[in-house]
Design a protein around this ligand. Sequence first.
Ligand code: SAH
Length: 227
Amino acid sequence: MFKISVKFMKSRFNRYEERKRMVERLKEELNISDRVFRAMLKVPRHLFVPPQYSREAYSDYPLPIGYGQTISAPHMVAIMCDLLDVLPGHKVLEIGGGSGYHAAVVAELVGKNGKVVMVERIPELAERAKNTLEALGYDNVKVVVRDGSGGYEEEAPYDRIYVTAAAPEVPEPLLKQLKPGGKMVIPVGDAIQELYVIEKDWSGRIRKKKWGGVRFVPLVGKYGFRF
Ligand code: SAH
């Protein structure tokens, strides 16, 4: 993020024009915020997908990233970022880091005074994500390998938490690790899943709202599904 020059950003190699078309379409269709629009315009999604899918990186659908997992569709990333209302300086926890793409978009939103803690349970994916994020200069993202269904107590509490794998129910430890005044976005369900937007008010009370139907890979672990 901080190491990329404007010249590189807009070069053909960086596929700026393709990305711009994609985010402009998202803005038209979903009315995403300017902040999320600008963040997504900066992140080269094609560098987060396996080479054989690079050509499709600016199409609006999920793509396989190996190990039976997928990088979320760009519209889902945009919707979740807007629902989460990430602000500069926030400390954000992501469970289900996968390719690292969503983490990079959130890293743009929190800026250099903020921090993203990305938790991924598959070591090979975490390693690849870490390398990509480092190469792009995202030094405000910390990559952790573990079952994140119980969160990441070491850096709690968080201003924002989001989960990009579907849980059987909202894991209690994640609610505990959310700051008062904080927000969480998490898909819940099995065959039928709904995206929940959860708010913890200043007195610690939890309020849940359902946003609508979604489709994510399962959250696997102690507070997730057990396979
Ligand atoms: N946000 C990702 C989407 C990855 S798909 C991206 O931008 O690419 C969801 C990811 O959640 C998968 O990589 C899967 O391995 C991971 N996952 C599933 N259960 C998990 C758990 N308990 N802890 C951490 N990661 C988990």
